[in-house]
Design a protein around this ligand. Structure first.
Ligand SMILES: Cc1cc2nc3c(=O)[nH]c(=O)nc-3n(C[C@H](O)[C@H](O)[C@H](O)COP(=O)(O)O)c2cc1C
Length: 275
């Protein structure tokens, strides 16, 4: 059981994150302008986590030569250019749910960055782990899973950016009818539709949207769609992102509750039990 996010973040920051959910999108081309020191300071404050759900994960800020972390594949597709800073996300891979923790913590950092006017992009590919490891000091048994560039979006989208967004259908999401089961909509508590919408618009690797929701009288169960749900599955990371979006939007709608975790090894990620 966990306490509500407002306990750790305060109402004002939660409101800013809730707005950032709608404003956020992935940006791969940046201006060379450095990130404001004050914004970096705010991000730094979140790197060690902002609630017990972040415990198995951590962010590492990279400012020196951050752009050199990013590598390209298929020509310009997916390549991050000119990022003045980055955050690398790492987790303790000996523990179950470290991937969910990385998603949850990392998305908090990404929503904070968005609320500060910064652009971001979750990346599990197209970066050099060796170059990250040369810049950060990881505890033994931890590994770097993902990075995000941080900076200001370049004016004018490149053809590569447009092609990638079209390929991944990044501007769309699966309909609610495909990802939600359980109680019919008229029996949902007030604000739940908005919370599920917030989770639905979460970013995911390859825009695969591997989350499924079952709405019951006492709460909402989040599961992985199918297939690979090992502890190392990137689907778990994407579900951690959706958990944060859901919880932030629940707080904004006045739905009180907390996450409960099942025993490891089944496709259920967590259940949000109403208080
Ligand atoms: C865990 C994760 C890994 C991702 N990895 C990459 C990546 O390696 N390269 C890339 O260009 N985009 C990557 N993305 C960005 C997704 O393609 C993007 O979030 C998705 O298409 C939805 O678009 P949006 O973020 O603009 O809403 C990743 C996103 C997530 C959440």
């Amino acid at each position: 059981m966990t306490r509500g996010l407002a306990t750790y973040l305060g109402e004002e920051r939660l409101r800013a994150w809730n707005e950032a959910i709608a404003d956020r999108y992935s940006v791969r081309s940046y201006r060379k302008r450095p990130v404001r020191a004050e914004a970096l300071h705010r991000i730094e404050g979140l790197l060690a986590g902002f609630s017990p759900l972040c415990e198995r994960a951590r962010g590492y800020l990279v400012v020196q030569d951050a752009s050199r972390i990013f590598t390209g594949y298929v020509g310009p597709l997916g390549k991050v250019t000119n990022a003045p800073a980055a955050v690398a996300f790492a987790g303790d891979f000996h523990l179950p749910r470290y991937m969910e923790a990385i998603g949850y913590l990392g998305e908090g950092i990404i929503l904070e960055a968005t609320s500060l006017g910064l652009a971001t992009c979750w990346m599990t590919g197209s970066f050099s782990k060796d170059r990250v490891l040369a810049r950060v000091n990881l505890p033994p048994g931890w590994k770097v899973i993902a990075v995000t560039p941080l900076g200001y979006e370049a004016k004018g989208t490149t053809l590569g950016d447009k092609a990638l967004r079209a390929l991944l259908k990044s501007d769309t999401r699966k309909p609610l009818s495909e990802i939600v089961t359980g109680l019919p909509r008229p029996r949902w508590p007030k604000g739940l539709k908005e919370a599920i919408e917030a989770a639905r618009w979460a970013p995911s690797a390859g825009n695969a949207q591997p989350w499924r929701f079952r709405v019951d009288r006492d709460g909402v169960t989040l599961s992985v769609d199918t297939g690979d749900v090992g502890f190392d599955s990137v689907k778990r990371l994407s579900c951690g992102i959706a958990m944060l979006h859901f919880e932030v939007a629940c707080s904004a709608s006045g739905i009180q509750g907390s996450w409960r975790f099942p025993r490891p090894g089944i496709p259920i990620i967590a259940k949000y039990r109403y208080a």
